[in-house]
Write a protein that binds this ligand. Structure first.
Ligand SMILES: [Zn+2]
Length: 450
């Protein structure tokens, strides 16, 4: 098909993409309806398609390698972290001499040196350091993150970039997001078309809140080695104040050693086995061991989805893949449904039901926003607009002077704060780049009306 080139290096280069040409220059029974086979598809992938990889850690290294070798020519990568010794067993783009350097910069340098057809641009920054202008330059965004807050933030950013015309979404404003996640031997990959398919917030209840063992279990009826470690960490450390009462430091081997010894003692008291130094480290620092093979599988699934979306040759996965190789291999793909009441993408004002405004305090509302599976906010700030049209800050915890000035509102009931049924609260939080609007819905009123 291709004309023989006199330059052997170029000829090799051209043969290299034969596999892709089979997919992109021929029709097939599984092709997407609107797919038109053409050499332009490969050219688009190699020279025009711009893909952002978020995270250059375990998943990020795999993603960059996969995408570069598939033939993508213009990749960007964001990561705010630097390389640590413990990364080197799986983050294979880094070497011992890179310890302390930026993950994004080292990963880009490695790929650029190794894969001549690919140019990776690194950003040694946080995702929050960029705005819409930056994110809207990409055709696709693929995430290899270990933080739910960061996932939620980028999800919110992509939703805020949607433009509407006559009530329907202008498709040119959609930047698809492919999200990979791994935890030990478990992983998932998903495709999100912002505004069209389930977003991160639609399925927020899939992320379990961080495990906290009930204190009574830890103190009275421990059954697991973790219970013993938590007991030593939460109770014995403060009681015995070792190391001149300094706070517990999970990176200090002496501290971990102390907790390990005490945990062993407590475990033997209750006939519990399984305390190891590594487990102590894991519980204290909330570490879940990273498994290189899980990262490889999930990154490959994500890279395949990037390829399908970029070339539109095949339909995307619909839309959520679960993978588990803890005991044999298990995978399952299902269609996560868009939530009608999603805070981020439903585009309708969200009702916040309040049992009784005279007994519900502002603190209760904040607690609900943090603890309920639906919201899972971290440090929400609440403002409202008064009847007189004035902006009023109800509570803001992140700026010291405003926290002091608004702290007294926490113990007041919504009634005492003058908040009425139907009034809107504007909520900002680190989990989203944009504010959420919640409308108070007093249940007591309904009862009276009946
Ligand atoms: Zn949603």
């Amino acid at each position: 098909m291709s004309v023989a080139s006199p330059n052997p290096a170029l000829a090799l280069q051209s043969k290299r993409w034969n596999g892709l040409r089979h997919l992109l220059e021929r029709e097939g029974p599984f092709c997407k309806g609107d797919f038109s086979p053409s050499p332009d598809n490969l050219e688009f992938l190699q020279t025009k398609c711009k893909v952002l990889v978020i995270g250059a850690g375990g998943l990020g290294c795999e993603l960059l390698k996969d995408l570069a070798l598939v033939g993508f020519g213009d990749l960007h990568v964001i990561d705010m972290d630097t390389i640590e010794l413990s990364n080197l067993n799986r983050q294979f783009l880094f070497r011992r001499s890179d310890i302390g350097a930026s993950k994004a910069e080292c990963a880009a340098r490695f790929i650029n040196g190794r894969v001549p057809t690919c140019r990776v641009t690194p950003h040694f920054k946080r995702i929050q350091d960029f705005d819409e202008t930056f994110y809207s330059q990409f055709h696709l965004i693929v995430c290899g993150l270990d933080s739910i807050v960061a996932r939620r933030w980028i999800n919110g950013m992509l939703l805020s970039m949607l433009r509407y015309e006559d009530g329907s979404i202008d498709v040119s404003s959609i930047v698809p997001m492919i999200d990979g996640g791994t935890e030990g031997f478990k992983g998932n990959a998903r495709v999100i078309l912002p505004g069209f398919t389930a977003c991160i917030e639609c399925t927020l209840d899939l992320f379990p809140p961080q495990v906290n063992y009930p204190l009574c279990t830890i103190a009275n009826t421990p059954r697991l080695p973790e219970h013993c470690i938590e007991y030593v960490k939460l109770i014995q450390w403060d009681k015995e104040s070792p190391f001149n009462s300094v706070p517990l430091d999970g990176d200090d081997p002496q501290h971990i050693g102390w907790i390990y010894e005490r945990s062993l003692e407590r475990a033997s008291e209750f006939n519990i086995t399984g305390i190891t130094y590594r487990l102590v480290q894991g519980v204290i620092k909330h570490i879940i061991p990273a498994v290189a093979s899980t990262n490889a599988v999930i990154a490959a699934a994500c890279a395949l989805e990037v390829f399908k979306l970029a070339t539109s040759c095949y339909d995307s996965m619909a839309n959520y893949l679960n993978f588990n190789d803890l005991d044999g291999i298990y995978t399952y793909t299902y269609e996560a449904e868009k939530s009608e009441t999603c805070l981020a993408c439903s585009n309708t004002p969200q009702l916040l039901p309040i049992e009784d405004p005279n007994t519900t305090t502002l603190e209760d509302v904040i607690k609900l926003l943090c603890e309920s599976a639906k919201y899972q906010l971290k440090s929400p700030a609440l403002t409202t607009v008064t009847k007189e049209g004035k902006q009023k800050t109800l509570y803001l915890g992140t700026v010291k002077s405003i926290e002091q000035a608004t702290r007294k509102n926490l113990t007041q009931s919504l009634g005492e704060l003058g908040l009425e049924d139907g009034q809107q609260l504007t909520v900002t939080d680190i989990t989203s780049p944009t504010a959420i609007t919640l409308q108070l819905k007093y249940q007591a009123n309904e009862v009276e009306m009946i």
